[in-house]
Write a protein that binds this ligand. Structure first.
Ligand code: S3P
Length: 171
């Protein structure tokens, strides 16, 4: 099985969809932010605070290179900025989880762990700036994607089923 790479904005539900996909398929799953946190033995928030964003982006590049050479049969959930990696298409089929900015923020705010979810994401600390980032990235996410899934008002399980169907059709 070719890898699947989930891309999309912070809080759109990449992790939740990945968890459903692995329940109903043979895919294994990894998350690029989790890989970076274990490589560095500190949180993304701390990495941003202590080293700055360029350092974090260099770690993403390192992870992208490792994924391309070493990982198969896997659903790769990524941080919201990972889509910029030059070798993205070499890693696997790129699936963009799409939803309007306001719906994404609503989704985060409605979550029982909302405060934690907001706090751990440095680039969501200013919602005006986050909206600008969203607007800038939206066409780029769509341009790099092999498959686009509109996740708005759908459960993670519904999205996971749609994803598996579309990946099969795309193969
Ligand atoms: C980022 C998204 C975050 C994390 C980091 C930067 C981004 O991941 O990688 O804070 O640039 O959009 P999530 O998309 O899982 O929140």
């Amino acid at each position: 099985m070719k890898n699947i790479i989930l891309i999309g904005f912070m809080g759109v539900g990449k992790g939740s969809v990945a968890r459903e996909v692995i329940k109903i398929s043979e895919y294994l799953s990894v998350d690029t932010d989790d890989l970076i946190e274990s490589m560095e033995n500190r949180t993304i928030k701390k990495i941003f605070e202590e080293e700055g964003e360029p350092y974090f982006r260099a770690l993403e590049k390192k992870v992208a290179e490792w994924l391309q050479t070493s990982v198969t049969n896997t659903l790769i959930s990524t941080g919201g900025g990972f889509y910029r990696q030059e070798n993205l298409k070499e890693i696997g089929t790129v699936v963009f989880l799409d939803s309007p900015f306001d719906k994404i923020i609503k989704r985060i705010k409605n979550h029982p762990n909302a405060a934690k979810k907001l706090k751990k994401r440095p680039l969501l600390s200013n919602l005006k700036k986050a909206k600008e980032l969203y607007n800038e990235r939206l066409p780029q996410y769509a341009a790099v994607a092999d498959i686009i899934i509109d996740v708005t008002d759908k459960s993670a399980l519904e999205c996971a089923k749609e994803l598996l169907l579309k990946v099969k059709q795309d193969a």
